[in-house]
Design a binder for this molecule. Structure first.
Ligand code: ADP
Ligand code: MG
Length: 258
């Protein structure tokens, strides 16, 4: 298929859920507002959303980053599915032909890194005018039984496999911030060592590394594929539609500048 001009957009769990809650609390107004911004976009689009309070507290409660647990794996997967259903329904209500793609059903990891993701249905969805909607999930793991798969890991994997031309990670901050709270315009291998002191995990429950986790994934992506991705605030009305319309906002990770 024609793989050109695919956009991958991640929507942080920090935006579409109340991440300070210890069980799934959706921010339905934000989900609907984001769906309407996405509805204006015409191009090929893959959406990945985070798990927020539908995944992180459950993973923590069952200790799933350290041990295998049947019940915890099922409960966490079923919980993130619920959030995914809300996102997919809101997108369809806004006029986007969105379809769910659950990583649990198409991915195998090896020691928490994606070993293989079945992409044929995503390719066919894009070719036929659908918007696949993936999410952070529990997945089968050949070493660990099951493991947590972060949306932040799905984005660069898909970007490479699908040769995406535009990659955006919408989270709850204006970008990657320095020690004074200012947005760092660009992060690459040249300045990462200076900047990493400013990077931390999440202020809320996040088992997949918070902002540092995102930056590490996207730096690795820029090395492997020479692409630039953007971390911006998806909580601000208008940012998602501006990003989809080609405006570079937030922090650029990679070689290109804002
Ligand atoms: N230098 C930094 N700049 C911005 N956010 C940071 C930084 N260091 C740590 N963080 C934290 O990382 C959070 C974003 O990561 P996370 O909570 O995992 O978001 P998401 O739900 O979008 O994946 C921010 O809200 C903030 O609490
Ligand atoms: Mg996160």
């Amino acid at each position: 298929m024609d793989n050109t001009n695919i956009t991958i957009l991640k929507i942080g769990g920090s935006v579409i859920t109340d991440k300070s809650a210890d069980d799934g609390a959706a921010r339905i107004n934000q989900i609907e507002r984001i769906a309407s911004e996405i509805a204006g976009f015409e191009g090929k689009l893959i959406i990945v959303h985070g798990a927020g309070s539908f995944g992180h507290p459950q993973v923590k409660r069952f200790g799933l980053t350290g041990k295998f647990d049947h019940e915890g794996s099922v409960i966490t997967h079923m919980s993130v599915r619920k959030l995914n259903t809300m996102v997919v329904e809101a997108l369809n209500s806004a006029g986007v032909n969105a379809l769910p793609v659950h990583p649990m059903a198409c991915t195998v990891s090896n020691n928490s890194r994606i070993k293989n993701m079945f992409l044929d249905q995503i390719e066919e969805m894009l070719a036929n005018g659908f918007v696949p909607v993936l999410h952070g999930d529990m997945v089968m793991d050949i070493e660990l039984g099951t493991s947590v798969l972060s949306g932040d890991q799905i984005v660069p994997y898909l970007a490479i496999q699908m040769k995406a031309s535009r990659i955006g990670i919408g989270s709850a901050e204006e970008g990657v911030l320095d020690d004074r709270g200012e947005v760092i315009p660009i992060i690459n291998n040249g300045n990462f060592d200076k900047i990493k002191a400013y990077l931390g995990g999440s202020a809320n429950t996040d088992v997949t590394g918070g902002m540092l986790g995102k930056v590490l994934e996207l730096l690795e992506l820029s090395e492997q594929s020479n692409s630039t991705s953007y971390i911006f605030n998806a909580g601000n009305t208008g940012n998602i539609s501006e990003f989809l319309n080609g405006k570079n906002i937030g922090t650029a990770i990679g070689t290109r500048t804002i």
